[in-house]
Design a protein around this ligand. Sequence first.
Ligand code: ZN
Length: 485
Amino acid sequence: MLRPPSREKWSSDFPRWFDWVIEAAEVYDYGRYPVKGMGVWMPYGFQIRRRVLEVVRGLLDSTGHEEVLFPLLIPEHLLRRESEHIRGFEGEVYWVTHGGREELDVKLALRPTSETSITYMETFWIKSYRQLPKKYYQVVSIFRYETKATRPMIRLREVTTFKEAHTVHESFEDAERQVLEAIEVYKAIFDRLLIPYVISKRPEWDKFAGALYTIAFDTIMPDGRALQIGTVHHLGQSFTRAFDFRIQMRDERLDHPWQTSYGVSDRVVASLIAVHGDDRGLVLPPSVAPIQVVVIPITPGDEEKRGKVLTYTARAAEALEKAGLRVLVDDREWERPGAKFYYWEAKGVPIRVEIGLREAEQETLTIARRDTLEKTEVPLGEAGDRIRELMAQIESSMRERAKSFFCERLLRTESLEEARDWVEGRRGIAEIPWCGREGCGLEMEERVNGKVLGTPWPEEPMEEGKRCPLCGRPAVAWIRLAKTY
Ligand code: ZN
């Protein structure tokens, strides 16, 4: 009986597994570039990133978002305009102070995020409610001088894949409707990537600097820690007021419009890698795999038979390409088939096709799926359809596997001790009843030695009789706690 690949190292020593896999699969070179907190996307990783971004762009474009590109540098006076905002980011901003040998009159920030620069330009572009709603987005690098320990793709000083969307609305309600749309877009992105998540309203003390409220997506890493993978902010009028940005409203008066912003980052790719991997390496969902099928000829020593296998391999690869699959033939002569198997397994290619003399003579293909390593043999004529079916099966079993891992790591309990054991033991996210007061929330963080993620979104009515385990007052919501990255 064939056993699926082990996930022991993946779960028991996740940070080390992650460092190993991004190197073994040639995704991301981290730690060798001579600036701390900055890594290099290698060709294979760049292709994965590009496929993920295609999903993101596709969903944004189809919901009326327009892509823009703003300068990297933000002058100090713009960044300082909204006071909460600068208070939230001040300690993390990189400043450009010199141009050549001259000191600059105005310090320039490397953007930590773009609410200020985008709002500033919107004051010139948007004059009337008739132009609204307006939805912009860009995919750019942002810079944050992180003081916590940096980690490849997860906590960086240059986040290279920051997709930030910024929208403008004529009313609070319309901005709120946009928050819902953004959440739907993000759900669709993570669902396509088979990444499970919970959606929480972040507590007041942990919302985005300058926002009315923040809704966040968190997934769970193999080591039981939560990873924030997307956030959506209702900005209210804080930035439009700070920039004295007024437009003509429906009732003719001039007033400040309302805004939202929402972002995802390199962490989407990081979670794609983390959630699906195993001890052999990456396991990529076929929809975003740069190579869906790798074809490996297993050539006999005999010259004539070898020619036969190679001719048939070329024919098979062409047929699979014609069927619309992304195919690569690994015909490197200096590498043994076994080594090739390991190499492409580490890279997470969903389907491996093996072609030896038997396959060439019988006009069949031996197909192995990456997620379970199961093998089947199919006639060449049916191969395109069969691989397509198999890829659909792979997607659905990957989704199930990720979901069951995730669900086993959610605990709802009324006991603070149980929550503490769960969180401290890195078993996942715990939910306990909460009175809604900040003091109790912060004390819970200390007691369970974790972080508050917030309360479930959409809001759930709280059951009768539940009490905050700290102060004994009636609970208003479940509150989520976890170790986080
Ligand atoms: Zn309380």
